[in-house]
Design a protein around this ligand. Structure first.
Ligand code: FAD
Length: 502
């Protein structure tokens, strides 16, 4: 039987991101993916938001995605665009890029890393004991790993086999989504009616002056709300034709579909992201209505939170209890996103009372403070992990538990950006005070100590200006685990908590 330190079920965006994180940390990782290769049939997600771009920037690969996508102020709440161009980040926008492009770029990235991928293989079951997990594969094969992570999507076999409950809310509405050719000229754009929201658009588009401009020809991406909640089986071209006729009075002569699928507003979250040696990430841990485009970002961020922790546990530098901080940090973020998407879904209801509510909410979120608050959630830039859960400090600098900004630094070796320090996914102790004043020799094999200068104000998204700290310990996921106030008080405890005993 093949053995690996970590096995990942599912090579979608979450599984690939986790595999990259583990490979960067030099952990032996294998991905089991049901599809015969990385190609995703259909466009599915339409992009991701600012914090996800930042995470990719922290690994030095954001440019690959930016080169193929379209940046735009695309985050919306009710009918209001949440313009975040004034947020203090290098990426104050969302990126429009189809999921099949995202997965292609990710697959090319992990092909450069020591990641083993078993395509065309399906996980069918698991059995865990004190030292590892035996993973059953289709065709009767097995593999063994110290830990297994279920990144196998909303219908996760891993979640079910591990006996993790998935409570939440059943679907109340369904939409058909498809890519088809049309013999008639389609009515491109978004339509609202008594059934809900519908949209027709070309797969190829550009953003010009903030507006979507479709490029003529090629397939049309159809999204249509169904009159009644659709069945769970695969939808057909006929279902799509009927739904289009109901809304538009014509099916525009649809033919030659490359992809037809159905999604709903079912909203559920795993009660635990970990059961012993089995963990869940991405859609396997949470499903929700796609309004607001949050799912892929949430999964990629789960992976970046989990990867370095799992690597340290596997290498024996941190105790297994470090893994509990994964659930403690990511479950609340997932729960908040679920509430946010349920609110978005509710605001799409077509009745007059909801329309009145939409008007009121739109007015509120167009005001500056509410805009920032909601844009902070939508972009993921306001995430604040409660580090108390690992015995960390309760109060302290606002940066504690928040994302480290990508500051311009001046070091003895020349200028660089903070995110460049994170490319190899290692912890960083950044000293902005007197050079050489911090001594962490006992962690020298694990934590990079950088003496640097930063000139300029300190500003955090949503919060605004904060006092300039003198030093900070930055976790590999880019979140700050310790903030110095001129002394090294609490530094050793923080390094031990997060990066293991010296
Ligand atoms: C219409 C639509 C629009 C969306 N728009 C957005 C958007 O704009 N922005 C956004 O952030 N999100 C969006 N989402 C959500 C996004 O698509 C998902 O959240 C995202 O794909 C989750 O990634 P994942 O890797 O966790 O799961 P998945 O993408 O579902 O990947 C799971 C992988 O596991 C494999 N697999 C499944 N079972 C097994 C098994 N037993 N063994 C081996 N392999 C297995 C599958 O083949 C798949 O490759 C949208 C979703 C839909 C439906």
């Amino acid at each position: 039987m093949t053995e690996h330190a970590v096995a990942i079920a599912g090579g979608g965006p979450t599984g690939m991101m986790l595999a990259a994180e583990l490979a960067l940390a030099k952990v032996d990782v294998a991905v089991v993916e049901r599809r015969p290769d990385h190609v995703l049939v259909g466009s599915r997600a339409g992009g991701f938001h600012s914090r996800t771009i930042e995470l990719l920037d922290q690994r030095g690969v954001a440019d690959r995605f930016l080169a193929e996508g379209q940046v735009a102020q695309a985050a919306m709440f009710a009918t209001t665009v949440l313009d975040m161009s004034d947020f203090p980040t290098r990426h104050p926008y969302s990126l429009g890029i189809w999921q099949n492009q995202i997965e292609r770029i990710m697959a090319a990235w992990i092909a450069e890393l020591p990641v083993r991928i078993h395509y065309g293989s399906e996980v069918t079951g698991l059995a865990q004991d004190d030292t590892g997990v035996e993973v059953e594969l289709s065709g009767g094969q097995r593999l063994r790993a110290q830990y297994l992570v279920g990144c196998d999507g909303g219908r996760s076999v891993i979640r079910k086999a591990a006996g993790i409950e998935f409570p939440g809310w059943d679907a109340t509405k369904s939409n058909l989504i498809a890519e088809v050719e049309m013999t008639e000229e389609p009515e491109l754009g978004v339509r609202h009616d008594e059934l809900g929201v519908h949209a027709l658009g070309r797969l190829e588009y550009e953003i010009r002056d903030g507006e979507v401009v479709y490029i003529d020809g090629g397939p049309v991406r159809v999204m249509v709300t169904e009159r009644r909640l659709g069945p769970s089986g695969e939808p057909t071209l006929r279902d799509l034709s009927e739904a289009l006729v109901t809304v538009y009075g014509t099916d525009f002569g649809i033919h030659s579909p490359t992809w037809i699928s159905r999604f709903t507003d079912m909203t559920r979250q795993a009660v635990a992201y970990r059961a012993g040696r089995v963990l869940l990430a991405g859609d396997a841990a949470h499903v929700h209505y796609p309004a607001g485009g949050q799912g892929l970002s949430l999964g990629v961020q789960d992976a970046v939170n989990l990867g370095w922790k799992l690597a340290q546990v596997v290498k024996g530098t941190s105790p297994e209890s470090l893994l509990d901080s994964y659930h403690a940090e990511r479950h609340p973020v997932g729960a908040r996103t679920l509430r946010y998407t349920m609110a978005q879904g509710a605001l799409q209801r077509p009745d007059e009372r909801t329309k009145a509510l939409v008007d009121v909410v739109s007015e509120v979120v167009s005001m500056d403070e509410p805009r920032k608050r909601i844009a902070g959630i939508s972009s993921g830039l306001d995430i604040h992990y409660d580090l108390r859960l690992r015995g960390g400090r309760v109060e302290g600098h606002p940066l504690l538990g928040r994302r480290m900004p990508d500051l311009d630094l001046v070091t003895a070796g020349g200028p660089l950006r903070v995110f460049e320090l994170l490319h190899d996914a290692k912890p960083v102790l950044l000293n902005l005070g007197q050079p050489g004043r911090l001594d962490i020799a006992a962690w020298a094999d694990r934590v990079k100590l950088i003496d640097a200068e930063h000139v300029g104000a300190w500003e955090l998204p949503v919060l605004g200006a904060v006092a300039a700290p003198t030093a900070m310990a930055i976790r590999p996921d880019g979140y700050v685990a310790w903030v110095g106030d001129g002394t090294d008080s609490g530094l050793r405890e923080a390094l031990t908590t997060w990066f293991g005993a010296p």
